[in-house]
Design a protein around this ligand. Sequence first.
Ligand SMILES: [Zn+2]
Length: 288
Amino acid sequence: MLEIVTFASKNPGTNLLVLGAVHGNEICGPKAIRHIIGRFNAGELTVAAGSVTFVPVCNPRAYEENKRFIEHNLNRAFKRREQPTLYEHHLMNELAPLLESCDVLLDIHSYTAGGPAFAFRGLDELRDREEPFIAALDVDHVIYGWGEAYAASGVVKDPVESMGTTEYAREHGAIATTVECGQHLDPAGVPVAIRAIEGALAHCGLVPELARVQDNKLRRTRIKKLFYKQRAGSFAKPWKHLDEMKQGEVVATFDDGEAIIAPFTGRIVLPNATCPVGQEWFYLGVDE
Ligand SMILES: [Zn+2]
């Protein structure tokens, strides 16, 4: 059973859902969420309208074992499972009703390579719906095009594979974003996550006194291409997230000697130097 904590007002309003540790080795979400829950419990914060539901740890076993997942990536092929066979299927069945009923979803993550915090938004038609929310989170970089690049990669057999928590919540009408708060172990990720939750509570009208002055100048990067680690290999240099790379530059080399050459000038997105074979190694994107 997942730990689920809700604070609600009698006044109608937005139902906000905040998730942590969808990936078990991403610890800034649980820390930030527990900090905010503590402030509600202490009476420092109260909900003026609507409700907020927190799930500090969405994948408890992976969290205990400090792993991304146990048997199945909880953020891929997300759906209700009538016949759950894997550990994460049971978690999906617990999380699905929350994702289906929320109006706004904030899903807090971190990533492997060092670099700045950013948020993912959905398709271009969702830009005007999701970017004001992202700006309120105090995150100044938005990345998008993930789903399209994922689908175009050719390695994905089942289209439902690209369905994560945000995609599932959007399908059920929510405004949704994933905030990536920096490197997994960077202590600066926790305050980033706390500010994001505070911003969400204010933006949704739940705790208006948390509202703050924002500049809405978002930097934007579109993911154009996903690279799977099809076989053993390594990066040409210790890439950091959003490092610039030039067309023709060697990004990585397979152990058999074949090089991956950057097909255009842009940025490397979420490079994962310790990626196992058969998973997402890195993405290439361009600024817009
Ligand atoms: Zn993650």
